[in-house]
Design a protein around this ligand. Sequence first.
Ligand code: DP6
Length: 332
Amino acid sequence: MSSAISPAAWVAAHLPASRSPRDAAEAYAPANIALCKYWGKREESFKLPLTGSLSISMGALGTRMRIAPAAADSLRINGADLSPRDKAFQRLFAFLDLLRPAGQAFCVDSTNTLPMAAGLASSASAFAAAVLAVEKLYGWVLDGPTRSRLARLGSGSACRSVYEGFVEWHAGIEPDGGDSFAEPVAPAWPELRVGVLTVSAAPKAVGSSEGMKRTADTSRLYRAWPEQVARDLPKIRRAVLEHDFDTLGATAEQNALAMHATMIAAWPPVLYWQPETVAALHQVHALRAGGISVYATLDAGPNVKLLHPAGDTPALLETFPAMRVIDPSAAL
Ligand code: DP6
């Protein structure tokens, strides 16, 4: 389905009129990991998803972004200047063009508190931080859903990174995405930990936008995906609200594996897994058989994230000494 208006026209109609900037503004947004995944769009230009999704924000792991009006656009990430020919440069400024008056250039300084080498996606936190920094720069006061709709235009999963804790993105049905935004479900559980096993920090061969499009276009298994989400999303939401860790973990792991099954059945196949990915999944299953509550989730890449209660971290570190442990409830 294509929308009657463009994202730029939609943003212009929904932003406050005041566009006189302060000297600079800085904001932080966390990364997030989906427990019920977003995989596939019903509309490309507004990044409208086929299904809802639910994530947990990563607390102190995310992106801090400082934006100042300037004579020309510049972007520094983790202390290194990017060339205007760089894809990340072009993607960020194309997004900022939606939010700033024509002709206004920005100097952007972005720092990821998540090590890039950990192989965790930083685009969601970057687009969310960009929205929050521009909001401060122009002195707007936006509500959560508006921030979320704006961040979605940068990257779908960014719409969940404007909040801490457990967050649900409502798929919506409107053609311009007015009803497609995220909302908080519950604060992060203090006892929940996410262990990150970095199999590879290399940039992925197939980006998530392309991977999901190829899956939707060519994978016969993709027809089952909305059904999978219709089953998993309410289960995960209920498990979050009831602090039912085993239901949360088991449903999140099955959801992630089902998403990867749809990708693997695409053509050409979208196969993110490396041998170490599969080995880690087998180790997780063996640990579970031995009584440790640990569940795996994977995004558009080979790295494995291990959902587990804090009490099991020491036992997991024995099997996975290189595991990086994240506490989603830790303040920045
Ligand atoms: C597997 O949000 O990166 O991480 O909307 O095309 O920018 P675009 O895709 P993106 O996709 C994230 C996919 C995922 C699952 C998820 O985060 O829900």
